[in-house]
Design a protein around this ligand. Structure first.
Ligand SMILES: [Zn+2]
Length: 274
C-alpha cells in the first residue's frame, strides 16, 4: 500500500470548510456532515450557522475549550458538569462530558511522565486522580448509554442516538455491547455514521487489516471524515509500518484538533529508537 493517494485525499478534504462541534468547541474539516476530530460527536453546522441559532451554547463550549487548552482542567470540568445538568436529556452532551473526563485523566497521566526529579512525591497524587477521573467518565458514559437508548426507542434521531450509545460503550472498552449497537446502527439508514462506527469498532477490536482496507471509503466519500486517516495511521503503526504512519500523521499534525496525532508521532519516535 502506497500512502501518497491518502495524502492527496487528506489535502483535498482540507479545502472543504469547517464544521463546529457544540459539544466540545473543536472545529473539523468537513462538508455537510462530519465527525468531530476531538470528541467524535457527529457535526452538521458551521460556527457561523450555530452562532446564529445557539449563541449561548457556542460561547459556553468555546470557553470550555479555551480552559482545556490552557490546562485548566478543573475549571473546564465544572463547566461541563453545569452543561450536563442544564441538558439532562441530551445523550450527546453526556457522552462529550465523559470524553472530556477521559482527556482530563490522560492529562494527569502526562503530568506523571513529565514530572521533574525532586517532585516525584506528586506522582501518586496524579495516579489516584487519573483513576478517579476514569471512574467519573464511566459513570457519565453509562448515563449517556441509558439516555440515548431511551431516546432512540422513542423515535427522534435513532441513528445519532444509537451512534452515541455505541461510542460511549467503545470508550468504556465494552466491545460486545458496542458490537450489538454497531449492528443495529447499520439498519438505521445513516450510512456515514454506520461506516464510521465500523472503523472505530475494528480499531477497538484490533482488526487493523480492516482499517487499512476500508479507510479510503471514509476519506474520499461524501460526507467524509479525516479521523479515518488517523485510524489508518494507527493501524499502520500497529503493523510496525512507522514511516507510512508518520507520513500520514505529519500531514494531519496541526490540522486535526486532537492531541492524539502528536502523541502517536511521539510513540513512533520511541518505537523506532528501541
Ligand atoms: Zn467535539
Amino acid at each position: 500500500m502506497d500512502v501518497k493517494p491518502y495524502i492527496g485525499m487528506i489535502n483535498k478534504a482540507m479545502d472543504s470548510g469547517y464544521l463546529f462541534c457544540t459539544y466540545c468547541g473543536a472545529e473539523t474539516a468537513a462538508a455537510g456532515a462530519g465527525i468531530c476530530s476531538e470528541c467524535e460527536s457527529p457535526i452538521y453546522y458551521t460556527r457561523d450557522e450555530l452562532q446564529g441559532s445557539s449563541p449561548d451554547l457556542v460561547e459556553k463550549v468555546n470557553g470550555i475549550r479555551q480552559l482545556e487548552a490552557s490546562g485548566k482542567y478543573g475549571e473546564a470540568a465544572a463547566a461541563y458538569d453545569a452543561l450536563v445538568t442544564a441538558n439532562p436529556d441530551d445523550p450527546n452532551m453526556l457522552y462529550a462530558a465523559g470524553a472530556f473526563y477521559l482527556r482530563y485523566s490522560n492529562n494527569e497521566i502526562r503530568l506523571i511522565r513529565y514530572d521533574l526529579p525532586g517532585f516525584m512525591e506528586q506522582n501518586p497524587v496524579h495516579r489516584v486522580q487519573a483513576s478517579q477521573l476514569v471512574i467519573k467518565a464511566k459513570i457519565i458514559f453509562n448515563k449517556a448509554v441509558y439516555v440515548s437508548e431511551g431516546r432512540a426507542a422513542k423515535g427522534g434521531f435513532p441513528a445519532r442516538d444509537t451512534y452515541i450509545a455505541f461510542m460511549a460503550q467503545i470508550k468504556m472498552m465494552h466491545l460486545r455491547e458496542a458490537n450489538a449497537l454497531r449492528e443495529r446502527l447499520g439498519g438505521l439508514g445513516d450510512a456515514f455514521l454506520a461506516r464510521y462506527a465500523d472503523l472505530v469498532f475494528n480499531a477497538g477490536a484490533e482488526n487493523y487489516d480492516y482499517i487499512i482496507e476500508h479507510a479510503a471509503e471514509l476519506l474520499s466519500g461524501q460526507p467524509f471524515s479525516l479521523n479515518a486517516a488517523f485510524y489508518l495511521a494507527l493501524a499502520l503503526f500497529k503493523k510496525k509500518r512507522y514511516a507510512d504512519s508518520a507520513a500520514l500523521l505529519n500531514v494531519l499534525n496541526g490540522r486535526l484538533s486532537t492531541s492524539n496525532v502528536g502523541e502517536l508521532l511521539r510513540e513512533i519516535a520511541t518505537a523506532k529508537s528501541l
